[in-house]
Write a protein that binds this ligand. Structure first.
Ligand SMILES: Nc1ncnc2c1ncn2[C@@H]1O[C@H](COP(=O)(O)OP(=O)(O)O)[C@@H](O)[C@H]1O
Ligand SMILES: [Mg+2]
Length: 319
């Protein structure tokens, strides 16, 4: 992997204070407001001098209480806690250097402190989409209009470049979904949340363990996790994300985990009549959501896909 020309600042001292308006200040960062909440972390908007950043804050004691059981390559049971996973996330993020992947500027971790602070690129528009439980559909928090096909194309071209960058660098993301695809004010895409990501050695990207969000799991990771390619599973998740961005609904769903899994495994993919789409977009959706990982489009196939290449420079010239 290309080494990061602007290395991540690692700070082991935390000073917390308040400004005159009562805003909390953590080292040089003034906290402005909360912008997101995930399973393990809170994300805040903060400002240092004239620049805005996103600060992802982890609580160490809560992470340590969350245990995770998995199998190592030689079949041994490994017990980790979520704090170990956060340090894995941090190590992975330190290496990342791509315009469409969220960048970490600084990591603040006082050994004695209760929290870990990750300083990231701030994406003004937030997530590409969020689940709205009242409306029972995905919505675009950053616009009240439908995302046009041309906008969708620009977003997914950038997402494909991000995923290709990860895959050629032997990283699988394992949690690609609309909530983790972030947009800046200029509609630049930054893939975020490396909490589930992992590195693989050589060509063996078998994932062995079901991870990520149920609705985005690839069919083969439900039926045959032992022989499942992490890269193909990431492509499937890009497909689910694309489907949601086009139609605002999930391609496969259910009211319990087993129903969701059953739908992913057995239901036919339906292209709804919610909005008219071009034949090329329709073909792309069918190719990414191919249930057979062997015939599913690969990242190299996406780089030459007709729909993704019908506007802008050829993707191949951008890698
Ligand atoms: N850099 C960022 N800029 C803007 N919003 C962000 C940023 N990072 C995260 N968020 C928001 O916070 C949410 C949770 O962050 P994420 O990193 O996905 O945490 P988790 O690992 O807990 O899911 C995201 O879905 C997004 O809406
Ligand atoms: Mg997330």
């Amino acid at each position: 992997m290309r080494s990061n020309p602007r290395p991540v600042v690692e700070t082991s001292q935390v000073t917390i204070s308040k400004d005159r308006k009562g805003h909390k200040i953590i080292n040089q960062y003034t906290i402005i407001k909360k912008i997101g909440e995930g399973a393990y972390a809170t994300v805040k908007l903060c400002k240092a001098r004239d620049d805005f950043y996103a600060m992802k804050v982890f609580k160490k004691d809560m992470l340590m209480r969350r245990r995770d059981f998995s199998n190592s390559a030689d079949g041994r049971m490994v017990v980790t806690n979520a704090l170990t996973d956060v340090y894995k996330e941090i190590d992975l993020m330190k290496e990342l250097n791509h315009p469409n992947v969220i960048r970490m500027y600084e990591i603040i971790d006082d050994v004695e402190g209760e929290k870990i602070y990750m300083i990231l690129d701030y994406c003004e528009r937030g997530s590409l989409m969020d689940w709205n439980s009242n409306e029972h559909r995905f919505i675009t928090p950053w616009t009240n209009k439908e995302i046009s096909e041309s906008q969708l194309k620009s977003i997914f071209r950038q997402l494909v470049l991000a995923v290709r960058y990860l895959h050629i660098n032997h990283i699988i993301h394992r949690d690609i979904k609309p909530q983790n695809v972030l947009l800046t004010s200029k509609n630049h895409v930054k893939l975020a949340d490396f909490g589930q990501a992992s590195k693989f050695e050589g060509e063996n990207d078998n994932i062995r363990k079901t991870q990520g969000t149920y609705h985005f799991l690839a069919p083969e990771s439900i039926t045959d996790i032992e022989h499942c390619s992490g890269r193909a599973a990431d492509i499937w998740a890009v497909g689910v994300t694309l489907y949601i961005a086009v139609f605002n609904i999930l391609p496969f769903s259910g009211s319990s985990i087993s129903e969701i899994m059953n739908s992913i495994e057995n239901d036919d993919l339906i292209i709804p009549n919610i909005r008219p789409i071009s034949a090329d977009l329709r073909n792309l959706i069918l190719h990414v959501l191919d249930k057979n990982p062997r015939t599913r489009v690969t990242i190299e196939g996406l780089l030459v896909d007709p729909w993704l290449n019908s506007e802008g420079q050829p993707l191949m010239s951008l890698i």
